[in-house]
Design a protein around this ligand. Sequence first.
Ligand code: NAD
Length: 361
Amino acid sequence: MATHKIAVLPGDGIGQEVIPEALRILGVVAKGSGTTFEFEQGLVGGAAIDATGEPLPGDTLRLCESSHAILFGAVGGPRWDHVPQERRPERGLLRLRKDFDLYANLRPAKCFPLLVDASPLKRSVVEGTDLMVIRELTGGLYFGEPRGTEKMADGSARAVNTMAYTSREIDRVARVAFDVARQRRRRLTSVDKANVLAVSQLWREVVTEVARDYPDVQLDHMLVDNCAMALVARPTQFDTIVTENTFGDILSDEAAILAGSMGMLPSASLGGKTALYEPVHGTAPDIAGQGIANPIAAILSAAMLLRYSLNMGGDAEKVEAAVLRVLEKGYRTADIRQEGTTLAGTVQMGELIAREVGAMY
Ligand code: NAD
């Protein structure tokens, strides 16, 4: 029987409420599939600062290094807002991304038929949306050198950031994107600004080159401004999207509104040996501790962990189908509540989904 070690880092706020529900689901999957998961908890973010003074203690880093995958909650909150920049809770997450070279960030945006009315877009536009944005996460404008602000001779100031990519960095994220597209509907849209930016011209060249290794995936290129429009005008035209760091930051948030609520959005960061899975949302200090947070984003993140780190795509599908079934039965957490539905808290939602997953084995 296979054993998979999973580093569990709930973090702060609702991270500590939703991650136990994701573990509940993985527990049911383990039983049903005959797999053994070894869960080991580690401190990260504000919780780690309180206990050790560091947002990512050495023990946590070592735990992650010795695990097959990392399941992460969320970090931060007003309690740690006064902490110096280099010790802020967010540093824990940034450090993990850097140390593990997690260069590909996967963010699915799926419009659940039952939650169509929670989207700010018209039903006719958003219905059927099922797309994945893959954002390059460790290069581009956010990391390029030179960067900084300088004083000019005339007393004015000048600031600079640099958008830079090597062909190697583009090649590796493109390969992740083609692999993901292969597991979906085999269509990949590469988004750039090749009519203006030299970086984008190289991006387009390299992605086109990589496409030769994936003749079964249909590739097209789109300018980022056009993509921003198309995402809200015709979101159903997309399957998988790959783009550089800054464009991806903006487009993935734009795509997020298609799904209706932050509480529904999972993510994965792939690259190095150990991938990291986390809900897109933060620690939600406004509702933390009340037992009302939506655990679905965390549960769907666990499904992504099964699919992308453990090659358990069939089990991931069971988890996703179970979420759908519970929504079909009319249960909703407060953030996605609609008239005529039954309100469920965090734990109850987790239990309902767990029951449905169990019934599928
Ligand atoms: P947030 O995602 O925590 O909350 C935004 C809004 O969405 C809030 O009204 C919240 O109640 C709601 N919400 C979020 N997740 C929900 C869920 N699962 N169920 C129901 N409602 C949910 O974003 P924010 O308020 O901007 O940030 C709060 C804290 O979280 C900050 O300290 C921020 O730095 C941190 N943060 C961390 C991460 C991360 O760890 N990856 C990401 C974003 C924000």
